[in-house]
Ligand binder design. Structure first.
Ligand SMILES: O=C(O)c1cc(=O)[nH]c(=O)n1[C@@H]1O[C@H](COP(=O)(O)O)[C@@H](O)[C@H]1O
Length: 274
């Protein structure tokens, strides 16, 4: 089954547009685990188990594991997600981007070592830096387009004077991803929930691509405006929230509190569907 098919099935089965982000930060763990980087797996597995019927995807952020030398725990977590929530696709958030020969290694890391269903990528080194990921047929690749952070404007909102129609850089990325770069139908785009007008613009340029939309919750993005701008019959969305779910409680009830927060976000997103 391809990533896009998995995302569609999980969206239907769990009645959800929510991507649960796994950004484990030991200093924010509940008291019993606090500060212990050896408990990253335990913390994340508890969140996965508490939200597996509420999410259309999971998104582990690799830096939160690598910073603690906890890649082995990420491998274990990937196996756990595969076994306990096989219907929920996993987007490995690694934001890779490098020359082709190095990208081949990054693609191998994401899809062979970790067994991810999709990955996040920076498109700014060009198509040859994206192509190695497309060799893994059926896997998804989300290109950064209009990111959720304020500084995203610094480059992504600049006009490209030499290109027909003089698009903004993020508009050009959306066009490339919908068109010539999408050789096997594997591409998606990352657009921030903090910029609903840009989500609408991206959706107009890329009507069928899946959109990964981080920025609701801790970053204050507008969940309702996000769904209205991004979701169409053909175009799937995965709206990511990480900290607002992971750290809904700092007590022993953290997994139950994460479930309650995920449920509330899922319901808000669903209520915004046309
Ligand atoms: O690619 C991403 O996932 C991403 C893109 C973007 O534009 N903004 C963004 O916040 N992210 C990621 O989405 C997650 C957001 O986390 P919270 O702000 O805690 O919900 C983090 O893992 C970020 O690295």
């Amino acid at each position: 089954m391809t990533f896009t098919e998995m995302l569609r099935d999980a969206t239907t089965q769990n009645q959800s547009l929510l991507c649960v982000g796994l950004d484990p930060e030991p200093s924010r763990f509940p008291q019993a685990l606090r500060g212990d980087a050896h408990r990253i797996y335990d913390f994340c597995a508890a969140i996965v188990d508490a939200t597996a019927d509420l999410a259309n995807s999971f998104k582990p952020q690799i830096a939160y594991f690598a910073a603690h030398g906890a890649e082995d725990q990420l491998e274990r977590l990937m196996r756990h997600m595969r076994a306990s929530a096989p219907h929920v696709p996993v987007i490995l958030d690694a934001k890779r981007g490098d020359i082709g020969s190095t990208a081949e290694q990054y693609a191998k890391e994401a899809f062979e070592r970790y067994g991810a269903d999709a990955v996040t990528l920076s498109p700014f080194m060009g198509f040859d830096s994206v192509e190695p990921y497309l060799q893994y047929h059926g896997k998804g690749a989300f290109l950064l387009c209009r990111t959720s952070n304020p500084g995203g404007n610094d480059l992504q909102a600049q006009r490209l004077a030499d290109i027909d129609g003089q698009p903004l850089l993020y508009e050009h990325v959306a066009r490339l991803a919908q068109g010539p770069w999408n050789t096997n139908g594997q591409l998606g785009l990352v657009v921030g929930a903090t910029y609903p007008a840009e989500i609408e613009r991206v959706r107009a340029l890329a009507p069928t691509l899946p959109l990964l939309i981080p920025g609701v919750g801790a970053q204050g993005g507008d969940a309702v405006a996000t769904v209205r701008a991004g979701l169409t019959q053909e175009g799937l969305i995965a709206v990511n929230s990480s900290r607002a779910i992971l750290y809904a409680s700092s007590a022993d009830d953290f997994a139950q509190a994460a479930r309650t927060a995920a449920l509330a976000t899922r319901d808000t997103l669903n209520a915004a569907r046309a």
